[in-house]
Design a protein around this ligand. Structure first.
Ligand code: NDP
Ligand code: ZN
Length: 353
């Protein structure tokens, strides 16, 4: 089969591989829709997880099952399935401890395009199929289904990490597709004010549609100064970080109230340290929590998030700004993610039959 791969740090290309083998608890799927992720960009061009050689990229897909192992109970060939980007080992101790995304070691629930070939291929392998696949609801928009792989669960996880409550004043730093879903999640959770930090116009427009109350343009001035001015010097209760760089933590801590929580889902691709400014962290006594997490996967969560889509509470299909057809177009779609033209939010590739 052919797949689009990271050949080495800084280089991508097409590779020929054996179709993956199906273990007793696994499934083999073929993609019916795919999307590239900013994380693929960090992985290839920043070398963020180290060297990988001829590893098929991609972790965002909707698929059709083509083969299942002898122990798989709830899925069969022909089923249309949602697949989370993170596919934990549900029998692991880490999963039993509540952190399935770290099953087998830190970040090891992230298998596609990290420890094994990803989804940008004619076929891909899903471990623990009964735990990691979810049936795609009848009538679900294919774009929304594909955004359920990563953008929805990651954006909403930022909201969970920040523990956003009724009436909270919130800042969402970064309103690319992940941050936009965090804005939508913060609105569902009952935030009273949502400052959405970004600069691309269509992201800002969608943030307002998803529930942001104000846009803060980081290119037009320091975000701390802007948000402190708007909150009469008090700062915000909760912050979701879904963009920016290592210095963003310093800004976030400065504008976070004592007792506040930062939920980070940004993938820090470069540099060795994250700055925690001593005074803004209350000399270590400010009750300001910093949490960061990989999105949880799992069938139950995927089914619940799919219900949110089907009930019309979230509209992840609105993230799609660029559409392609055919596997060969994962290449230009990934290059769009790398180059981030200002009219881009998220590309989608539909596969022909
Ligand atoms: P995008 O690049 O599309 O969006 C990044 C956002 O951050 C944009 O709104 C951008 O603004 C803004 N931004 C950039 N620089 C700054 C700055 N200095 N200060 C404030 N805002 C800034 O990314 P995605 O939405 O696709 O992904 C967000 C992050 O989430 C990525 O790091 C990705 O790898 C990560 N991720 C993490 C996962 C997890 O499980 N934790 C899973 C999936 C993704 P502008 O409008 O100017 O572009
Ligand atoms: Zn991703």
């Amino acid at each position: 089969m052919k797949g689009f791969a990271m050949k080495k740090i800084g280089e991508t290309g097409w590779v020929e591989k054996e179709r993956p083998a199906c273990g007793p608890c696994d499934a083999i799927c073929k993609p019916i829709a795919l999307a590239p992720c900013t994380s693929d960009v960090h992985t290839v061009w920043a070398g963020a997880i180290g060297e990988r050689c001829d590893m098929v990229l991609g972790h965002e897909a909707v698929g059709e099952v083509v083969e299942v192992g002898s122990e798989v109970k709830d899925f069969k060939p022909g089923d249309k399935v949602l697949i989370a980007a993170i596919t934990p080992d549900w029998n692991s101790l880490e999963a039993q401890g509540g952190y399935a995304m770290h099953s087998g070691g830190m970040l090891s629930g992230w298998k596609f395009s990290n420890f094994k070939d990803g989804v940008f291929a004619e076929y891909f392998h899903v471990n623990d199929a009964d735990g990691n696949l979810a049936h795609m609801p009848e009538g679900m928009d294919i774009a929304a289904a594909c955004m359920l792989a990563d953008m929805v669960p990651t954006g909403l996880h930022g909201v969970e990490l920040a523990d956003i409550q009724f009436g909270d004043t919130v800042a969402v730093i970064g309103i690319g597709p992940v941050g936009l879903m965090a804005v939508a999640g913060a609105a569902i959770r009952g935030a009273s004010t949502i400052y959405a930090v970004g600069s691309r116009k269509n992201c800002a427009d969608l943030a307002l549609e998803f529930g942001a109350t104000e846009i803060i343009n980081y290119r037009e001035g320091d975000i701390v100064e802007q948000i402190m001015a708007k909150t009469n010097g008090k700062g915000v209760d909760k912050i979701v970080i879904a963009g920016g760089d290592n210095d963003t933590f310093a800004q976030a801590l400065h504008m976070l109230k004592p007792g506040g929580i930062i939920g980070n889902v940004n993938y820090l691709g470069e540099g060795d340290y994250v700055k925690v400014p001593r005074l803004d962290w209350g000399c270590g006594m400010g009750h300001k929590q910093i949490r960061g997490g990989l999105m949880p996967g799992g069938r139950l969560r995927m089914e619940k998030l799919a219900d949110l889509v089907m009930s019309g509470r979230i509209h992840p299909e609105k993230l799609i700004t660029h559409r392609f057809t055919g596997l060969e177009n994962v290449e230009p779609a990934l290059m769009l993610m790398k180059d981030k033209p200002r009219d881009l939010i998220k590309p989608l590739i539909i596969l022909e039959d």
